[in-house]
Design a protein around this ligand. Structure first.
Ligand code: FAD
Length: 443
């Protein structure tokens, strides 16, 4: 077998993998990122279909926070365009809101009176600034202590299923507030990438290659090599045949379950395997609809009190190049009523379409469904869903010098999404940098 040597090998060219690769290459480490698919980006990528940019995952990215910081640190282009805050529809009717501070305005609209609004705001402020609610109760149970008003419950359900993916009656109340004070506070303005999310990922690839490191696509890692409880390298099935690559450290962006398969269960301790086996992904459906006109007069619409639908985006209103000339692309998102149950996919699609018809009047006459994406299992929106009682996974593994990055190992308050993946990359690269430097100094 062909042999090669790199300082660090990264398995997977998702957000976590490419941010790690770019940061390491920028620091001068000879780094190789291997990706099994023909294109980079993982769940932050885009497919060209009939002239439209169809996402296979992330669509919106933050203007600040760890994701943006990685691009700045390594000097990668970050071409994005900000979109305005969304409009809210309740029972299909648009609620007039101010341009900024929309959450308070919509909460106030949903409350029956000022006393109720003040009670909820006070509880939220306490949770944000003094003590988070318990990880053992759900967000809905936390909220029921302050109100049983259906409109307020619907608002929290919407925010929870948009950011945590689980429903309010399933999600950890603590994680909801951890995300508010972690990822959401760092987010800045929400933006759409020019050219779709794949363009941002390719921008990181350029930085990696310019620094003399490399990214191989169509090259699955087939084995993580372990000797004496330490990682030694990986075997990669490249288009030119199998290659054994030795490295000082291996960073896996392939997700905990695949990482364990690649290194062999026998190399991990029982506790770690327990944590991996306990992770449960959540299900989300994204329907891509195309049309010769925008189906709503605003690029982002949040829908409350629906059967399934959470929101709809029309990124081509902000970035026309995402659709052919005089055409528009819409993504609407839904989640099941219960994440832990078994769903009838046809029924889930029908309920989502019914919501589109009820909330977006132009959909029936002018919308053409281009793609229905059902994301769960091996390609979920979130892998370690923060149901009440969940525990986050660490980036370090029991195997020395084998680390994990990406959405599945985000710390509390940073689960899922491009910011959390970038944060794991920053944390792991800092650790790898210290460790390799120390190892080299001590010979
Ligand atoms: C439908 C959907 C919509 C989303 N919307 C948003 C959004 O708008 N904004 C946002 O911030 N986030 C969004 N997210 C979440 C975000 O996309 C993910 O959190 C993020 O992209 C996950 O990145 P990751 O680092 O975990 O890597 P992943 O995307 O999981 O990539 C891992 C990569 O590893 C590769 N791989 C696996 N095994 C091997 C192997 N053996 N050898 C080589 N390569 C391997 C895979 O092919 C893949 O490319 C969305 C996700 C989904 C699914």
């Amino acid at each position: 077998m062909r042999q090669e040597k790199y300082d660090v090998v990264v398995i997977g060219a998702g957000v976590g993998g490419l941010c790690s690769g770019a940061l390491l290459a920028h620091k001068g480490y000879k780094t190789l990122v291997v990706e099994k698919l023909p294109a980079v980006g993982g769940r932050c990528s885009t497919i060209d279909y009939k002239g439209y940019k169809v996402p296979v995952g992330a669509v919106g990215v933050p203007s600040s926070g760890p994701f943006r910081e990685v691009f700045e640190e390594v000097g990668a282009e970050f071409n994005v365009k900000q979109h305005p805050e969304g409009k809210y529809l309740v029972d299909g009717t648009e609620i007039p809101l101010p341009e900024k501070g929309q959450f308070n305005a919509i909460l106030s609209h949903c409350c029956k009176n000022e006393d109720e609004f003040n009670r909820i705001r006070k509880a939220m402020r306490r949770a944000d600034t003094w003590e988070k609610p318990s990880n053992e109760i759900t967000l809905r149970d936390w909220l029921l202590q302050y109100t049983d008003n259906e409109n307020v419950l619907a608002l929290f359900q919407n925010v929870c299923s948009a950011f945590i993916i689980a429903n309010a009656h399933e999600a950890s109340a603590q994680e909801f507030f951890d995300i508010r004070t972690g990822m959401m506070r760092s987010y800045g303005a929400a933006c759409f990438p020019l050219g779709g999310s794949i363009a941002l990922m390719e921008s990181l690839v350029s930085v990696i290659k310019v620094r003399g490191s490399d990214v191989w696509t169509g090259s699955p890692a087939t084995k993580i090599l372990v000797t004496d409880e330490k990682v030694r390298g990986v075997v990669v099935n490249s288009p030119k045949g199998d290659v054994e690559i030795t490295a000082d450290a291996v960073i896996s962006n392939a997700g905990p379950k695949r990482t364990v398969e690649l290194a062999g269960r026998e190399n991990f301790d029982k506790g770690f395997l327990c944590e991996v086996d306990r992770m449960k992904p959540a299900f989300q459906m994204w329907i891509t609809t195309v049309s010769d006109r925008p189906l709503y007069d605003w690029p982002v619409v949040t829908t409350l009190k629906t059967r399934r639908m959470i929101n709809m985006m029309i990124p081509s209103m902000v970035i026309p190049g995402l659709a052919p000339p005089n055409k528009h692309i819409h993504y609407s998102i839904s989640g099941p009523a219960d994440q832990t149950g078994h769903w009838n996919m046809k029924e889930e699609v029908d309920l989502h379409i019914q919501d589109l018809k009820d909330n977006i009047p132009l959909f029936s006459e002018h919308g053409e469904v281009l793609h229905v994406g059902c994301y769960w299992g091996d390609w979920p929106t979130i892998t370690n869903t923060p149901f009440a009682g969940y525990q986050p996974m660490k980036q370090k593994t029991p195997i020395e010098n084998l680390y994990q990055v990406g959405e599945a190992v985000g710390p509390r308050g940073w689960l899922g999404g491009t910011p959390g993946c970038a944060l794991t990359a920053k944390m792991v690269v800092e650790e790898v940098d210290k460790r390799i430097t120390r190892q080299r100094m001590t010979g």
